[in-house]
Ligand binder design. Structure first.
Ligand code: ATP
Ligand code: MG
Length: 348
């Protein structure tokens, strides 16, 4: 039986336009490598909006996009969305195009520096897209340690020193919960979210994930939305994954165990550009490639990098000149070399 497009359109609309009554949304997008997860995440971040209760009209919502390296996508935003890049004050970053040319600052959105989470939130660009790079050296603040210590009735002292930078996101979300004005909507987009909320965790990460899981209801009530991507539902923290209100399955993912969809393999062979969405109801929808989708190389500059000296640029000749007689010419027979470096025709 074909899946309903009407239900899917309704669900996609609920996901994209928030209102006070329903609050924030929790959404996961799942799909195998190259199934267009980031494209769909960018598409949603471009258009996410809220209904202002004062005039009942939709307005573009404030977005926080987790900046990632070595590849990011913030130049995919359309001109009507103002993008700001946020970098920790002690970090240094470079951006490159696909051919390795470094972007000049004038070609990029403005790069602002933040001291800590408080500073970041106090200067956030409301109504815009805030691409936030977590600090390379992140130390858990005392406030977070206190929250965890109180939760486990024990003084937490064993995680002093540099923590996993991805833990920064727990502090940011916790601060949004207590510092954000109650009538402001905000959406947090985390691509490859298993880096922040992995399936397995221990020690401080376990406590932080547990803390966030307890707060999921409040997150939504405080008009905070979370959009996450992962390859499979089970790659994320199990409680978080099973609590998602909306799940979108793209090609290669399998349906969550607690889903209403009985055929768990239904999304396996979906064509690119089609997804199955569930959120109470379920249905199938289409989305298109982003004409502006642009990969950007992102590189953090190490503090003592100047000591390494300047590396020579790579000057490899094109493949056909370099390899006469060494690499296989395209042929219909599969060879061992082909599995290492496929011929152009076999590549796709
Ligand atoms: N609807 C579509 N139709 C055709 N091609 C598409 C569509 N959506 C995205 N693509 C293209 O598919 C490629 C992979 O997309 P994308 O990077 O979003 O996938 P992904 O699932 O995030 O991949 P990865 O797992 O590597 O992060 C890109 O070149 C993108 O432009
Ligand atoms: Mg991706």
């Amino acid at each position: 039986m074909p899946l309903s497009h009407v239900e899917a359109a309704k669900l996609v609309d609920e996901l994209s336009v928030h209102d006070i009554e329903r609050g924030g949304v929790l959404c996961g997008i799942f799909g195998r490598m190259g199934s267009a997860k980031t494209t769909l995440l960018s598409t949603l971040s471009k258009k996410v909006a809220y209904i202002n209760p004062e005039d009942d009209k939709p307005y573009l919502e404030t977005v926080i996009w987790r900046g990632r390296h070595p590849v990011d996508y913030f130049l995919s935003m359309p001109p009507e969305r103002t993008v700001t890049l946020w970098l920790h004050e002690s970090d240094s970053i470079q951006f490159f195009n696909e051919r390795g040319r470094q972007y000049a600052e004038s070609e990029l959105p403005p790069i602002l520096r933040y001291k800590d989470c408080y500073d970041l939130l106090s200067r956030l660009r409301w109504g815009g897209v805030n691409v936030v790079y977590e600090p390379r050296n992140y130390v858990l603040p005392e406030t977070i340690k206190t929250v965890i210590s109180r939760k486990i009735f024990e003084k937490v002292s064993y995680f002093d020193g540099d923590a996993d930078p991805a833990l920064f996101w727990f502090e940011l979300i916790a601060l949004l919960l207590v510092k954000k004005r109650l009538n402001k909507f905000i959406s947090v987009f985390i691509d490859e979210a298993y880096e922040v909320f992995p399936h397995t965790s221990s020690q401080i990460r376990w406590h932080l994930q547990d803390f966030l899981n307890y707060k999921l209801l409040d997150i939504r009530k405080c008009l905070i939305s979370l959009y996450l991507t992962a390859h499979q539902t089970w790659h994320l923290d199990p409680f978080l994954s099973s609590s998602l209100q909306y799940r979108i399955y793209l090609r290669g993912s399998t349906v969550a165990r607690n889903s209403l969809i009985t055929n768990k393999g239904l999304p396996i062979s979906l064509p690119k550009g089609q997804g199955i969405i569930e959120g109470g109801l379920f249905g199938q929808f289409e989305f298109s490639r982003l004409p502006t989708f642009k990969r950007i190389g992102v590189r953090f500059v190490l503090p003592d990098e100047h000591l390494l000296g300047k590396s020579e640029p790579c000057t490899q000749p094109p493949l056909d000149q370099r390899t006469a007689g060494l690499l296989p010419t395209p042929s219909t027979e599969s060879t061992v070399e082909e599995t290492i470096m496929p011929s152009p025709s076999a590549a796709r």
